[in-house]
Design a protein around this ligand. Sequence first.
Ligand code: SF4
Ligand code: SF4
Length: 319
Amino acid sequence: MNIVKELALSLGFDACGIAKAEALTEDASYLRHWLAEGNQGDMHYLERNFEKRVDPRILVPGCKSVVVVLLNYFPPEHQNPLAPKIAKYAYSAVDYHSVLKTKLMELEHKICETYGAESINNNVQHSFVDSAPVLERRWAERAGLGWIGKHTQLIHPGIGSYAFIGVLMLSIELPYDAPAAGRCGSCIRCIDACPTHALKNGSMDARRCISYLTIESKNGIPTEFQSDLSGNVLGCDICADVCPWNIKLATPHDHENLSPWRNDDIKNIDNSMLDWDFEKWQHLTKDEFNRIFAYSAIKRAGFEKMKQNIEIIEKKNLH
Ligand code: SF4
Ligand code: SF4
C-alpha cells in the first residue's frame, strides 16, 4: 500500500484514495448547466470560483495529486424517535469540519516528514472539508473510493454513504487509483423516498431538498414544502437511510471526537442530546442553544432558523 494511504489509515481515517489532479471537463459542463437552471437556490457561493472548482491545478498551483480521505460518521446511538430530526452528520458536539481539519493537518505533517516540505504548496489553502470550491464527491469517485449514487452522495462499497470527505492537494506524483464504477443499477429507492421530489436522473434540485430548506434557505420554508418535512428540522437523511448499501454496510463509528453533546456535570446517560424529546427541543432557550452547540454543526443553522423549523413541524403536527 502507498505510504500516504498507510499514514491516513494510521491516523484513523476509514479509507483513503488518490487521484491524478486534472481538469474535470465533464463536471464543468454539468455544473454550468445545473447552475444555469438555478438548482443552487440561495447558495450563490457555488457560482463563484467556477474555474477553480473544476480544475485543482488552478485552485492549488503545482497540484499533481488529490488525496481523498473518508471518515465514517454513522452514529452508534440515534435520536429519541419523538424528537425533531437532526441529520446524523450534525450529531457530534464538535463540528465535523474541525474534526476532519485537525486530522488532515496531522496527515499533512506526516506527509511532509516523509516526502519533504515541497510536497505541499503552503502559499495557498490546500486541504479542504466542505469549505472551498472542490467537488469532493467527484474526487472521491476518481480516487476509487466509491461512486456517486442517485441520491448524489458518495457510496463507499465497504462503508456506505455516511462518511465525511476530506481532500488534500499535493505537489508530488503518486500511484493513482482507478476510478470506481457506479453500482446503483436499476434501484431508485432514494428517488421514490424523497418527500419533496428533489432527486431526478442523478441530479438534485437543492431548492426542493429538505437539507437546503431547513439550513440554507434565506426566505424560510415555502408553504408548498411545509407538509413534507417528515419531522426534519436540520438536514435530512431519508434518501441515505433507504439506500440498500447503507442498510447493508452502515456500521457505527468509533471516533471518540464525533460523540454527541452530553451533560458531563451530571454523569448520566439521560442527559445526552440524543435523548431529548420534542418538548425539550421546543423549549430550548437561545442561551442553552449557544452554550450547548457552541462547537457543533447545529450552530451553523442558527437558533432562530431551527426554532422556526420546529414550529412548522409542530403546527403541521408532523412529529
Ligand atoms: S436529503 Fe431528503 S429532501 Fe434532500 S434529496 Fe435526500 S430525501 Fe430528498
Ligand atoms: S437508494 Fe438505490 S439508487 Fe439511491 S443511491 Fe442507493 S443504491 Fe443508488
